[in-house]
Design a protein. Structure first.
Ligand code: PSV
Ligand code: MN
Length: 405
């Protein structure tokens, strides 16, 4: 289907509906979805890691792949790093390499869950020496922020317990608060700390930061530069994520997202595949919050087990773009009128109208105006980048560990 030839008709329809199409396009051009370095390396489930031909093996290769996704999509100009997976000796050189590739380094993600000493937790561990090691690692990550020009320290803790009585829940809460207060002091000027929550896994009795309320309460104690990170895969079945987003936005404490899709647990699947309407609901809250959403960081967090990594990442970025486009073309004035009149189904229909609009012609036009291919997925499939890196990098080792190495 030639989306470009359908654009004028769609543009006319949107204008008639009172939407400023040029404004919508300008916003779409400014969209920024960060991709994660760990999405480009080999990863898998705890049962098996299937080696992917061409999977990135080093921080440099992961940045090159992220830059390729940006080149195709035009809206993924930064890459999140996970330390120590992406650790290099010369941060200045890595920053320079990223700039040459056309991307910047985004959120720095410390890893305080993979080493043996973290078996009983990191900042919440009952052992003081382990807590100190975890804090030192996060302080080192603040230094990496400085050296790479990153403005975000993105924290996720595997801390929790497996059995009732294993440790004092309140004791662990206090250790968490004092540990993060220490790290907070080392944030570079203007840097923010994003606190991610997840209700279970790897801990199965309690998780120290199990939900948004706990992350929010912790952020409030730390200070204004501590905010909550919503990973869309980290909620119990049926949780209304859009509601959480609206609440945190209104309180000025929504720091960012880790987008991915889930059906059962923390599945880390391609964004928008299982839940496109939920993704749209989230973007509707973001768009309707106006400038309150200005500093929200949009990041993808997914790991690919059986799917081609680059294509999967591209699809995730594009699905965020589709959801945002649909949220931008909601007739918010009409929605407000319906709400004020108490017209339950009229209001819902305003959202459905936007959701059911085919925004592909609009996005094709935006991409052409940005100098990109109107159909990035087709461009990816035509291109030889994936085949080239497969022959250059080969197939990495496969094994049983679920995390990239
Ligand atoms: C945990 O499941 C998580 O979502 C955190 O964001 C980590 O940083 C990421 O996965 C990679 O392990
Ligand atoms: Mn995450």
């Amino acid at each position: 289907m030639d989306h470009l030839s359908h654009y004028p008709a769609l543009a006319e329809r949107l204008t008639k509906a009172g939407l400023n199409v040029e404004d919508v396009k300008a916003k779409l051009k400014r969209q920024h979805i960060e991709t994660p370095s760990w999405g480009y390396g080999n990863s898998g489930t705890r049962f098996k890691v299937f080696a992917w031909p061409g999977a990135a093996r080093t921080a440099y290769e992961r940045i090159a792949d992220a830059a390729y996704i940006h080149q195709l999509s035009g809206i993924a100009p930064s890459v999140a790093l996970h330390i120590p997976w992406d650790k290099v000796d010369d941060w200045g050189a890595l920053k320079q390499y990223a700039a040459e590739q056309g991307v910047v380094i985004g959120a720095i993600n410390p890893n305080v869950f993979q080493d043996d000493q973290y078996k009983l937790g990191s900042v919440c561990s009952p052992f003081g020496a382990v807590r100190e090691e975890a804090i030192a690692h996060m302080v080192e990550c603040c230094d990496i922020m400085q050296k790479t020009g990153s403005g975000l320290l993105s924290l996720w803790f595997a801390d929790g317990t497996n059995y009732a009585g294993q440790d004092s829940i309140r004791g662990r809460k206090h250790r968490l608060e004092s540990g993060l207060a220490e790290v907070y002091k080392y944030l570079p000027a203007g840097g923010r700390m994003l606190i991610e929550y997840k209700f279970f896994e790897p801990a199965f009795y309690h998780t120290d930061l199990a939900d948004w309320g706990m992350a929010y309460a912790t952020a409030l104690k730390l200070g204004e530069r501590a905010q909550v990170l919503v990973d869309t895969g980290h909620h119990a079945q049926g949780t209304n994520i859009a509601h959480i987003v609206a609440f945190l936005l209104d309180e000025g404490r929504l720091g960012g997202f880790h987008f991915n899709a889930r059906r059962y647990a923390d599945d880390d699947l391609i964004v928008g595949t299982t839940n496109p309407f939920e993704l749209f609901e989230i973007f509707v809250e973001l768009v309707s919050a106006g400038s309150r959403a200005d500093n929200v960081a949009y990041m993808i967090d997914q790991s690919h087990n059986i799917e081609p990594k680059l294509e999967a990442m591209l699809l995730s970025v594009l699905n965020c773009q589709v959801a945002y486009a649909k949220a931008l073309i909601v007739d918010y004035r009409k929605l407000a009128d319906m709400q004020a009149a108490g017209d339950v189904l009229g209001a819902q229909q305003v959202l459905v109208d936007a959701y059911e609009t085919d925004v592909r012609p609009l996005l094709a036009q935006v991409r052409v105006e940005m100098g990109r291919d109107p159909d990035p997925l087709a461009a990816y499939r035509r291109d030889d980048y994936a085949a080239r890196v497969a022959s250059e990098r080969g197939a990495g080792v496969s094994g049983g560990s679920g995390y990239p190495g």
